[in-house]
Design a protein around this ligand. Structure first.
Ligand code: PMP
Length: 939
């Protein structure tokens, strides 16, 4: 009987699975794919007689463990035998074997030839996720002392290097020596865990776009430093990259996102990759000799050998620095000591060019053109200083030094900081003094060179010997300026005659995004599939780095228009004069309070000035607590009131969505009166209003039953985050009545909608008959400057005067106050509230017309320049995907929109108040075209 037939019958007899078998490649085990007539597929694994059951159990348990985590990769599942065991001993022609049956996973092996950096980054993230999912896993067999491939047993493999062919033996031996000397001593200090340990092309399965979907073959599982996972993947999957460090960096960036890498792990990563390549070459040679017929063992050797050669040429220090930089650490940590040495005054350089008239040629960081770089034609940003000095001028050691290089044209000196860190200065364009040679010691002020006839001196600092080995590298690739400036800081302190100002380097959008990811939390989102780099704004227009203009319908902060000259001028004028805090008398803030309060009805006549909407709402809650001596608050469903812990607790938009901790005990959520999508939408309007007011009454009853009392009802008079919802007439009045009867205050959050946006009035609450007890404001008040405010009644303010001082460092400073005044002036002088009413009406009219011919528009609603367009499918389900596509399509056509609402299906319009009829018509045209595009796409 053929082996496949034997396999088929044992799968049937042992596991109860009928099917056709086909033999697969394998290093040690015999593997068969088994396809059942029902279309299911399995892998039958037959292990040699000396296989340790404990090791097989380790594999099975890891796969089961992973299947119950949130890992974003599929893993095979273990299929039990007919009597419920995870494995069984079976008869096999060559003697009994241990058999396991695993589910087959679809996908093809990772294709290195079409992997780019973003593909590797994604894979890195998956491997980081895999490690995270295995972080707590332990098993009695995890040490795997038998496993030759164990990265912590590299010294065992190093005994086999005689078997490596001559061509690579030298590199392999060197890799093991470096491992022994530089890596092995560090491994014990790294975080250890059980890792897959064999992420090679065959074990990562991908979809048609080469995106990883599954990981298989857990035969090399072992407890090792967890960074080994990344090293193994880098060794096998980055082999097609011309610069192997690019591949390691891409994988590391992704991995780090899921499982942050420590600096010690980063310090040995590239070395570990080289160790793994050396192990692979050595073990392939060894096993090739023992087992010449098993071609599987040689599969990836061509790429591995080439990768080892390339990686052996890489400067390991520069590679480490590059990886640190990629992940947002400073490339060279010693740079801090060098900066500190000069900043603290410990390093006091003597004049390097005491007798010379020095003329700056270019600044540090300056963009250097090809013409300026006649010698090598390189372009980029300078990480050196260039000066013109008279030929023959003598150059003196600015600090004590030891000469490292003294050749025609270049002298390099080594110096020491007071805390013992060595750093270096390079002087290019000089003739070394007679007798100067490596090792010569110089005292501060010693002459060591003269300017050559060209009279041009270039000076560079270096914080690490790798940067000196690298030569005089300047200018550098703009995309990597941040890396190189750590290795070559501004050498200005060495020649203080120079202009101390360094040029500011402007990063390209790709570099910006990468540095943003390196330095900021991903909890901070960024708009659009392809993020915009906005460099300038004026009126309602924003301009990107290429000069393209966009109509901004999103920004309700730059209320009177982007970079309004009157506001900018006010800030500038006051900043040049004085900026202090409210502990002194100053006219600006008193004038501002007066002008702001003029906009409010009685009895709102006390104000507090703060810096943000969240702060305003926090203060409002404190005022309410103080006034009512109660602690609970009512809010509307889907509301957002700010980013502080307290405000997150008042924001169902946050606490009930991704990452939210649920509703706090002291918060009571009332139904949002959403006439379009709410539960009572089919009832007559008045009935709906009653139901929604009842929801408030209901919450108050619940409170009472629990013997609790409410302090406040927080409400946006038009709810922005809930999806641009206009509260129905009568609702606020009814709700406020109930709330006040229960002893609570009404807090109107006007952070988004206030200051004339609704067109007919200054404040959203004026659309109702309710005068709130507290009003909070933010975004528009400072036109982008952080200015926010709370306005309340004298009674509430009095309750807050408990003896405890209220102080806000920045709130109400004269610059903020002048900015606030300028905003109020512009609003008045340019009649922007009336503009909001008129342009808003035109927009609503145009949109309603569009709605009649585009069924995707479920609802159009708004007041003034606060407009929402809710997209719906014919069956009334939210058209979330279409909203996102429309936002992107509008952006392609030069109009910026945002989406919001619980289902992210509401297009939100809240532009600067200066949009005019022309802008409105442009938007309507773009919107109509984008709608048609999306409708065609989604039909
Ligand atoms: N309240 C509302 C209604 C808001 O929309 C926001 C901000 N989106 C805030 C409060 C918080 O304001 P800030 O971000 O200035 O803290």
């Amino acid at each position: 009987m053929s082996l496949t037939r034997v396999a088929e019958s044992l799968v049937q007899d042992t596991f109860g699975v009928p099917g056709k078998a086909r033999q697969l490649d394998g290093e040690v085990d015999l593997n068969f794919r088994v396809d059942t007539p029902q279309g299911q597929s399995y892998v039958l694994k037959l292990h040699g007689p000396d296989t340790d059951d404990q090791v097989l159990d380790l594999q099975n348990r890891v796969m089961e463990h992973l299947a119950h985590t949130e890992l974003d990769l599929q893993v095979p599942r273990v299929v039990p035998t007919l009597d419920g065991q995870a494995m069984a001993t079976v008869d096999w022609p060559a003697g009994p074997r241990r058999a396991r049956l695993l589910t087959w996973l679809d996908g093809r092996p990772w294709d290195s030839s079409c992997a780019d950096e973003s593909g590797l980054e994604l894979l890195g993230a998956k491997l980081g996720g895999l490690n995270r999912a295995l972080a707590e896993f332990t098993h009695p067999a995890q040490n795997r002392e038998d496993l030759l491939w164990r990265m912590t047993a590299a010294d065992d493999v190093a005994q086999l290097t005689d078997e490596v062919d001559r061509e690579l033996r030298g590199l392999v031996v060197k890799a093991f020596e470096d491992h022994d000397r530089l890596v092995a001593p560090v491994l014990g200090r790294l975080p250890w865990q059980v890792v897959h340990h064999d992420a090679n092309e065959n074990n990562i399965l991908v979809d048609a776009e080469n995106r990883p979907v599954a990981v298989i073959d857990f035969g090399d599982l072992a407890l090792v430093p967890r960074v080994v996972e990344l090293a193994v993947a880098s060794a096998y999957l980055g082999v097609s990259f011309a610069d192997p460090v690019d591949a390691v960096a891409a994988l590391a960036r992704g991995y780090d996102r899921e499982q942050p890498l420590t600096t010690e792990e980063l310090g040995v990563l590239v070395d570990l990759v080289r160790t793994r390549l050396a192990m692979s070459v050595t073990l392939a040679a060894h096993q090739g000799r023992m087992n010449p017929d098993n071609l599987y063992l040689q599969t990836s050797q061509k790429g591995v050998r080439a990768a080892l050669e390339r990686l052996s040429r890489v400067d390991r220090d520069l590679a480490r620095q590059r990886l640190r930089y990629e992940l947002g650490y400073e490339a060279e940590p010693a740079a801090r000591s060098v900066r500190g040495y000069f900043a603290s005054g410990a390093g006091r350089p003597a004049p390097a060019l005491p007798g010379g008239e020095v003329q700056d040629l270019y600044e540090y960081g300056a963009q250097r053109s090809r013409e300026e770089r006649e010698d090598d034609g390189a372009v980029g940003h300078a990480v050196s200083r260039g000066v013109r000095v008279m030929a023959g001028t003598s150059v003196h050691a600015p600090l004590e030094a030891e000469v490292r290089t003294a050749c025609n044209g270049l002298v390099q000196l080594a110096h020491l900081t007071d805390d013992g860190v060595e750093f270096y200065s390079s002087w290019r364009g000089v003739e070394p003094a007679a007798g100067l040679e490596p090792g010569t010691r110089l005292k501060t002020g010693d002459e060591f060179a003269q300017l050559t006839a060209a009279g041009i001196l270039e000076i560079q600092l270096a914080t690490h010997p790798a940067a000196v080995r690298d030569g005089f590298r300047s200018p550098v690739d703009p995309a990597q300026f941040d890396l190189w400036r750590s290795l070559h800081p501004d050498p200005w302190p060495l020649v203080p005659q120079l202009d101390p100002r360094a040029a500011r380097v402007e990063r390209e959008p790709t570099a910006l995004l990468q540095r943003r990811h390196a330095h900021f939390s991903r909890a901070m989102s960024i708009s659009y599939d392809e993020p915009l780099t906005i460099v300038r704004g004026r009126g309602a227009r924003l301009y990107d780095h290429s000069g393209r203009a966009y109509l901004d319908l999103v920004n309700n902060v730059c209320h009177v228009g982007h970079s309004h000259p009157r506001v900018v001028e006010a800030a500038h004028r006051q900043a040049l004069t004085l900026n202090t805090n409210m502990r002194y008398l100053h006219d600006s803030v008193v004038e501002y309070s007066h002008r702001l309060l003029e906009l409010f009805p009685d009895p709102l006549r006390v104000c507090f000035i703060v810096n943000s909407g969240s702060e305003a709402n926090d203060l409002a809650l404190r005022l309410a607590h103080a006034h009512t001596q109660a602690s609970d608050a009512l809010v509307l469903d889907h509301a957002y009131h700010g980013n502080s812990p307290t405000q997150i607790g008042l924001s169902p938009y946050k606490f009930n969505r991704a990452g939210g901790a649920g509703c706090p005990e002291t918060t009571w959520v009332c139904d949002l009166p959403d006439l379009f999508r709410g539960p009572h939408r089919d009832l007559p309007l008045s009935e709906q209003v009653t139901r929604y007011v009842d929801s408030v009454a209901c919450r108050l009853d619940e409170l009472r039953r629990l013997n609790r009392r409410p302090a406040a009802f927080f409400v946006e008079p038009l709810q922005s985050c809930g999806g641009q919802v206009i509260l129905p007439p009568g609702y606020l009045h009814g709700a406020a009545e109930r709330v006040r009867a229960a002893g609570a205050l009404v807090v109107a959050d006007e952070v988004q909608v206030g200051l004339g946006r609704v067109g007919s009035h200054a404040w959203g609450f004026e659309l109702s008959e309710v005068v709130p007890d507290i009003v909070t404001m933010g975004k528009p008040l400072g036109n982008g400057h952080p200015l926010a405010a709370v306005v309340t009644t004298p009674e509430v303010a009095r309750s807050f005067e408990t003896g405890m001082e209220w102080f806000n460092t920045f709130g109400g400073n004269p610059v903020s106050a002048e900015v606030g005044l300028a905003v109020l002036d512009v609003l008045r002088d340019e009649r922007l509230q009336a503009n909001a009413r008129d342009v808003g009406a035109r927009m609503l009219g145009g949109l309603s017309e569009l709605a009649s011919s585009h069924p995707l528009i479920g609802d159009v609603r708004g007041a003034g320049l606060f407009v929402g367009i809710e997209l719906s499918h014919p069956d009334s389900t939210p058209a979330t995907q279409e909203a996102k596509l429309l936002k992107e399509a509008a952006k392609q056509r030069g109009v910026l929109l945002s989406t919001d609402g619980p289902h992210e299906n509401v297009l939100k319009i809240k532009p600067p108040m200066v949009v005019n009829d022309h802008d409105c018509d442009e938007f309507l045209q773009v919107f109509a075209a984008a709608l048609e595009e999306i409708e065609a796409l989604c039909c």
